[in-house]
Design a protein around this ligand. Sequence first.
Ligand code: DGI
Ligand code: FE
Ligand code: FE
Length: 191
Amino acid sequence: MNEQSMQELVRQAISPARFCHVEGVVQTADELARRFGVDPDQARQAAWAHDYAREWPVDRWYEVAKERGVDEQFFAVAELLHGHIAAAMLPELFGIDNEDVANAVRYHTSGRVGMSALEKVVCLADYIEPGRTFPAVEDLRKLAEQDLDLALASAFDNTIRFLLDRQKPIFPLTVLARNHLWKEIADRRKL
Ligand code: DGI
Ligand code: FE
Ligand code: FE
């Protein structure tokens, strides 16, 4: 499917405000991909698809995630399911059958240990696209000009801090992803 058709399908699935967010993620993912040696076409595909199921009612997330065999651990935080659902629907919705693109969509909210460069680009783009306005975002955009791992590790720290401050559950995989990235950064600095 061409990008124009993909864009129209996504437009029909979400609100205008969310569509604007998705456009920002596509643009940012494209820029980050070029900067860090990732295929920009794959980054754009994952970015277009990443929030396809974002506005479904919670009941539908649970229902479809069950149908699609999404791993049970992700049912603990309902907001994590929309990426897994969109990833599972990529072939039928958009004719996309690429595991790396699917993983970038699947893990865009939580991250995971051992993320590919494409997964990192999409996850970070979701966090720093031009529509995001939280206080730390300017610092994260600066980091993202230099270092993908450092920017993403800092973004995870920011998410965890945000959730802590609001007495929200913290999904363990995000903590593992964060620990893993900071360890990689520390190891790199020792070399
Ligand atoms: O879909 P978006 O709004 O663009 O952003 P997202 O997919 O990164 O996050 C979706 C929601 O999930 C957002 O409101 C923050 C929330 N979230 C992300 N990680 C966790 C989380 N909520 C909880 N309780 N725990 C998490 O670890
Ligand atoms: Fe999302
Ligand atoms: Fe998003």
